[in-house]
Design a protein around this ligand. Structure first.
Ligand code: PLP
Length: 401
């Protein structure tokens, strides 16, 4: 099957890399950007930059309108109940840190925070450090052999002391949708707060926050074909209202004296300082661009590419997949070959894949691995990208074995 992406030509970055002899297969780390996003970034910067929310002049009013326009688009994208449920952050990591600080006052020593064994450091370390600061217990949900959070064990581990559940929607290492519906229902039935790390999940399909039923959801624009330095924090209205302010300065203040101050509610109360104005505006362009695509065609292309990736890996002796990935990526190691050596030889052949612990060191340790190679796909990848990857893999393995 030829597997040609009809969207490839819209991505100048992927074409430039191709002209340089590079095959980009690292979209789970960051995605290339469509021309519409580049146009938006340049359009804003070239037509007169201005700060938002604080200037009454024309450029300021124009920037604020575009910036707040992205809030409307993000609320629609996620089907939030209100635009005020969308907070702009600098990425998923910052959004998760915001939550770990903003919810701290609700927790008492002995309370339990629940994460899973597959979390990215961004959704582990803020909770781990919160647990250490506050004398909480961090409970880790185990996985089954496929790389899904084990539901039966979770039902035993999530209990009356659970105050918060924080889990990934789609693993950045194992490529599996996690059983959110069941886990979130369990957390809700116990009155625990829930946080979903959607950094990978948000890229594949549109997710309806009201149907999902979590309290908080985070994602990063740069993985969603948008600019870097921008993230989204969705918070259900009542859950957002429980957050304490965590960063101070700028327009997040309602009234200030030398000795005291009062702060705005969400969203502006959690957007201290000058936000990434150009990035937020360009995220709006990314969402518009994505909304204009035939979602079924994108899903079909991604599924076909993924099937080709799994089939090719399955044909090679000694290649061991981590878990049973369902979409978007596959991580693997090769018996008797160090992942860093393999990564080096792939790099030399112009193949841009990721090697190492993928910001999930505890998961790697649990699997008894020092690292793995991850191939991840974007909607601009063609079957030919995978053909080049497999040729390079075969060459590398011939040298290494
Ligand atoms: N969570 C997951 C599952 C991720 O894959 C990543 C990034 O790789 C993050 C969180 C952190 O995202 P960012 O670096 O954009 O803050």
């Amino acid at each position: 099957m030829s597997l040609i992406s009809p969207w490839r030509a819209a991505f100048p970055g992927i074409l430039a890399l191709e002209a340089e002899g590079q095959t980009y297969l690292d979209s789970a780390a960051t995605a290339q950007k469509p021309q519409a996003v580049l146009d938006s970034l340049l359009g804003y910067l070239a037509s007169g930059a201005a700060n938002v929310h604080r200037a009454q002049h024309l450029p300021g009013e124009r920037a604020t309108r575009a910036f707040e326009g992205t809030r409307d688009k993000a609320a629609a994208w996620l089907n939030a109940a209100s635009r005020d449920e969308i907070v702009f952050t600098r990425g998923s990591t910052e959004a998760l840190n915001l939550l770990a600080y903003g919810l701290e006052h609700l927790l008492q020593p002995g309370d339990e925070l629940v994460v899973s064994a597959l979390e990215h450091h961004a959704n582990l370390l803020p909770w781990q450090q919160l647990a250490l600061r506050r004398g909480l217990k961090l409970v880790v949900l185990p996985l089954d052999v496929t790389g899904s959070i084990d539901q039966a064990r979770s039902a035993e581990l999530i209990g009356p002391r659970t105050r918060l559940l924080a889990v990934a929607q789609l693993s950045n290492v194992l490529g599996r949708w996690q059983p959110l519906r069941e886990l979130l229902a369990l957390a809700r039935s116990l009155g625990a707060l829930s946080v979903v790390d959607g950094a990978q999940g948000a890229v594949h399909g549109r997710h309806d926050m009201q149907a999902l039923g979590c309290d908080f959801y985070v994602c990063s624009a740069h993985k969603l074909y948008g600019p870097d330095g921008v993230g989204l924090l969705y918070g259900r209205g009542e859950a957002l209202a429980q957050l304490r302010h965590w960063q101070f300065g700028g327009e997040m203040v309602l009234d200030a004296d030398y000795q005291d101050a009062r702060f705005r509610p969400a969203p502006l109360g959690f957007e201290a300082g000058t936000p990434p104005v150009s990035g937020v505006i360009a995220l709006g362009a990314a969402l518009d661009w994505l909304a204009g695509l035939d979602q079924a065609a994108v899903a079909g292309h991604e599924a076909a590419l993924h099937a080709k990736l799994l089939a090719g890996l399955g044909l090679r002796d000694g290649v061991r997949l981590l878990g049973a990935p369902q979409l978007a990526l596959a991580s693997f190691c090769v018996d008797g070959v160090h992942n860093a050596d393999l990564a080096h030889l792939l790099t030399e052949q112009g193949i841009a894949v990721r090697a190492g612990h993928h910001c999930a060191m505890p998961l790697m340790k649990g699997l008894g691995l020092s690292g793995a190679i991850r191939v991840s796909l974007g909607l601009y990848n063609d079957g030919a990208d995978l053909d080049r990857f497999f040729d390079a893999l075969d060459q590398a393995l011939e040298l290494l074995r």
